[in-house]
Design a protein around this ligand. Structure first.
Ligand SMILES: [Zn+2]
Length: 150
């Protein structure tokens, strides 16, 4: 969806102090995420350098590796969102929905300080995500039933 305005020309500029509380939370979360990602990357390196005895070890390591990748992906995404929120606080555009330019409620920001959308737009966004996921789930089902018949 195209942005109506350049964020720098936002008319609804927020004062920095208003979001001091969220800035603190985001900075702590940012630090935590960096630590988690650091240690996770370390684990993966350990995994690859450790000597694997047989095929079953290899299979377990492979699954574990895939799981780690998914977790890292999730945290990396959150890290991006946290960083962009911190940038928004610096720019004075924090707390404004990226889709409709409305203010995001403080309650919502308390629940999710790196929220990008207001409640209404979040619902629209999640619905579109769910449709994409359902398509994938159906594909998975089809793959599984094929595997069963083998
Ligand atoms: Zn919105």
């Amino acid at each position: 969806m195209p942005h109506k305005k350049c964020p720098k020309q936002h008319t609804k500029r927020q004062t920095k102090t208003k979001f001091k509380e969220f800035e603190n939370i985001l900075e702590i979360r940012h630090k935590n995420l960096l630590e988690i990602l650091d240690s996770r990357n370390g684990n993966i390196k350990d995994l690859h350098s450790s000597a694997l005895k047989d095929d079953s070890d290899l299979a377990v390591a492979h699954i574990q590796g895939q799981l780690d990748c998914l977790i890292i992906e999730k945290y990396a995404l959150e890290l991006q969102e946290v960083e962009s929120s911190l940038q928004k606080i610096a720019d004075g555009t924090y707390g404004i929905c990226e889709m409709c330019d409305d203010e995001i409620s403080t309650d919502r920001l308390r629940a999710k300080p790196h929220a990008r959308y207001c409640i209404d737009c979040r619902e629209v966004y999640e619905k579109s995500q769910r449709v994409a996921k359902n398509d994938k789930a159906n594909d998975d089902k089809a793959t599984k039933s094929v595997a069963k018949s083998w």
